[in-house]
Ligand binder design. Sequence first.
Ligand code: HEM
Length: 223
Amino acid sequence: MLRAIYDWVDERLDITPIWRDVADHEVPEHVNPAHHFSAFIYCFGGLTFFVVVIQILSGMFLALYYVPDIVNAHPSVSYLQNELAMGAIVRGMHHWGASVAIVMLFLHTLRVFFTGSYKHPREFNWIVGMLIFLVMIGLGFTGYLLPWDNKAYFATKVGVEIAASVPFVGKYIATFLQGGDIVGAVTLERFFALHVFFLPALLFMLLAVHFILIRRQGISGPL
Ligand code: HEM
């Protein structure tokens, strides 16, 4: 039955070459832990992507209940956490996943650094990676405010103050982040929009470039 449906679609849209291209792609022996145990260090890019996918899926479900205004934000998170069926699990995945994503990202970056994979001809992908790093930090920073409790509020205040200490432009960055002179109602709306629309869109575009470049240039050679 499934086979018949697949064949029907394939005959019309020719989808087999699309997934074959991914499924048949071979990786070099020096990144395969079955051949060299130390090759496990090459897993972290893929693991980062895996956690990013978990963040997107769990975040989509949180967005069904989260309300981004200062009156309802905290009660909606509290409802998610304490009353909604499976809410604590989904929120827990997103909460802990955020930390795991940063740890995996860091290990991936260390792997790329210590295998010298940022060198010619992969300099451009290193720069794309640094942009991805900034976007991921931004996702963590903006997400942290959303529960709108004391921890969230004061962490954001400290973060904005750090940004404000940048010479010359700091004041403008702080005003831009806060959407005004204080961490308040506009800040919460702004961080929500950045967290669920702007930064994920940026992340998708950067990851697309990242993966296209990896495919075109291949994984870097053994040390
Ligand atoms: C969400 C974040 C990221 C994801 C999902 C990701 C994913 C990947 C994957 C799957 C690979 C293939 C090799 C491997 O798995 O190690 C790779 C390679 C690479 N990544 Fe990332 N990456 C991310 C962030 C970064 C960052 C922050 C940097 C550096 C600043 C970076 C630089 C590179 C470079 C230069 C390569 C090519 C390495 C080689 O050919 O050996 N990536 N990335």
